[in-house]
Design a protein around this ligand. Structure first.
Ligand code: ATP
Ligand SMILES: Nc1nc2c(ncn2[C@@H]2O[C@H](COP(=O)(O)O)[C@@H](O)[C@H]2O)c(=O)[nH]1
Length: 206
């Protein structure tokens, strides 16, 4: 599948900071929109229906999946998560750039459907720091943190399949890295579509 809009996929082990980074990136870049996923899990902390997620029950989620309403979906940490077609297809068709914050299984499904999608994996600076971030966030039960730390080992091993790896040690540096990737991809994809060299296109841009 190919649309005029760029598609960026950001994945990370839980607590590495991907939601915080994507939020900061969106504040700097009005041309980017984030996709709101569907999930079968219950809301956490201050989360709101339609803002962080569309919170649907497992039955409704599976019915949507059966009707082919997701571009990708996966079971992550015991819950179901998916990116609905309705949420992003129109935006991409209109040439808008979209970011997906999803797990590695979903990211690899997206790459199959959209080979031009850019896959970015966020790493924490250490395992200890990852655990600290999950605990300090204060909205996740200790047993859920323990489960996510175990799953993180396997998730981090999937980073090798991604186009870029960004280490989120110093927050502002990681945001800058993401911004650079987005900018470079826009130039590359625009040049490809016009069948022109990115160098000459860059010289023409305002
Ligand atoms: N560079 C950083 N340094 C210190 N703390 C950070 C950094 N980046 C994010 N955090 C903090 O770490 C915690 C986890 O971040 P966040 O919720 O964005 O992670 P996440 O990867 O989106 O997790 P999940 O997948 O569970 O939603 C938050 O409290 C956030 O403020
Ligand atoms: N494959 C998908 N994974 C998703 C999607 N939306 C979120 N996620 C991932 O789930 C875990 C846990 O998230 P949490 O909010 O419960 O902490 C995390 O890795 C998310 O990236 C999705 O639509 N598809």
């Amino acid at each position: 599948m190919e649309y005029p809009g760029n598609l960026f996929v950001v994945a990370a082990p839980s607590g590495a900071g991907k939601s915080s980074l994507v939020k900061a990136l969106l504040e700097l870049d009005a041309r980017l929109a984030v996709s709101v996923s569907h999930t079968s899990r219950a809301p956490r902390g201050q989360e709101q229906h339609g803002r962080e997620y569309w919170f649907v029950g497992e039955t409704e989620f599976r019915a949507m999946a059966g009707r082919g309403e997701f571009f990708e979906w996966a079971e992550v940490h015991g819950n179901l998560y998916g990116t609905s077609r309705a949420g992003i297809e129109a935006r991409l068709q209109h040439g808008e750039d979209v970011v997906l914050e999803i797990d590695y299984q979903g990211a690899l499904q997206i790459k199959q459907l959209f080979p031009y999608a850019v896959l970015i994996f966020i790493l924490p600076p250490s395992w200890d720091e990852l655990r600290l971030r999950l605990s300090r966030r204060g909205d996740t039960e200790p047993e859920v943190i323990a489960k996510r730390m175990v799953n993180a080992r396997h998730e981090v091993a999937q980073a090798q399949h991604f186009d870029y790896i960004v280490v989120n040690a110093v927050f502002d540096t990681a945001v800058f890295d993401l911004k650079t990737i987005v900018h470079a991809q826009r130039l590359k994809y625009a040049a490809q579509r016009r069948n022109r060299s990115a160098v000459f296109l860059a010289l023409d841009l305002p």
